[in-house]
Design a protein around this ligand. Structure first.
Ligand code: ADP
Ligand code: MG
Length: 220
């Protein structure tokens, strides 16, 4: 069970987040929609434990993984090493298997600069899932990809979430992505920003998911 109870977050004199509260059960996926600049990344960094300069508290499992908007890979390390440096306990075979799972089985030795943006994103997804996170946090993971690549990433993410069922919170601009991946959609808006239920048109409709298993992954 993950519990987020932020009372406020400011940068200097500017308060970006107001009262932001939500709870997430194991295996549940929450999507957060909201306009650019509203504070979505700020919220995710707090949930991820990267930013501790806020008032309130976050209760979350230690095994968290974050997928950033930029793939944030180490450019001077191979794809395989990008996984193993972050997860020193991961055997070479397990890292190789994880690469294969995201379609990079034959690119283990490639450096990030030799991979397309779509492949870099898949590598960053592999890095996140390689740690078997209990809480997965994703910041606009499908943004600025062409439609076909975004679709590929979306189904891959759906499959990986379906397999290991972490609690997931992710930010997107696209209501369609939210509806497809999430059990629950919320909207971050206002100044300072607060969370509210997403308008009905953005809410997932029961059974509307197109997951291969015929539904969403895992309300426990
Ligand atoms: P979003 O992800 O919703 O686009 P962000 O969380 O990145 O928005 O930013 C929210 C607001 O906080 C913006 O006005 C941004 O300029 C400001 N902000 C973000 N990070 C910092 C920082 N490190 N220092 C000062 N202001 C920041
Ligand atoms: Mg952002």
């Amino acid at each position: 069970m993950i519990e987020v109870a932020i009372k406020g977050k400011s940068f200097g004199d500017v308060q970006v987040l107001g009262d932001v509260r939500f709870a997430l059960h194991a295996g549940e996926t929450l999507a957060i929609l909201g306009p650019s600049g509203v504070g979505k990344s700020t919220l995710l960094r707090i949930v991820a434990g990267i930013d501790s300069a806020y008032s309130g508290h976050v209760q979350a499992p230690a095994r968290r993984a974050m997928v950033f908007q930029d793939p944030t890979l180490l450019p001077w390390r191979s794809a395989l090493d990008n996984l193993r440096i972050v997860h020193p306990d991961l055997s070479e075979a397990a890292a190789q298997a994880m690469l294969a799972k995201v379609g990079l089985g034959d690119r283990a030795g490639a450096f990030p600069g030799q991979l397309s943006l779509g492949q870099q994103r898949r590598l960053s997804l592999a890095r996140a899932f390689a740690g078997r996170p209990e809480l997965l946090i994703m910041d606009e993971p499908f943004v600025s990809l062409d439609a076909a690549t975004a679709e590929e990433m979306l189904s891959l993410t759906e499959t990986l979430i379906g397999e290991s069922r972490p609690a997931t919170v992710f930010v997107t601009h696209a209501p369609g992505e939210a509806a497809r991946l999430a059990d629950r959609v919320m909207h971050l808006g206002g100044n300072p920003a607060v969370l509210s239920a997403a308008p009905a048109c953005d809410r997932p409709v029961s059974g509307a998911g197109s997951a291969p298993n015929g539904g969403r992954h895992g309300r426990a």
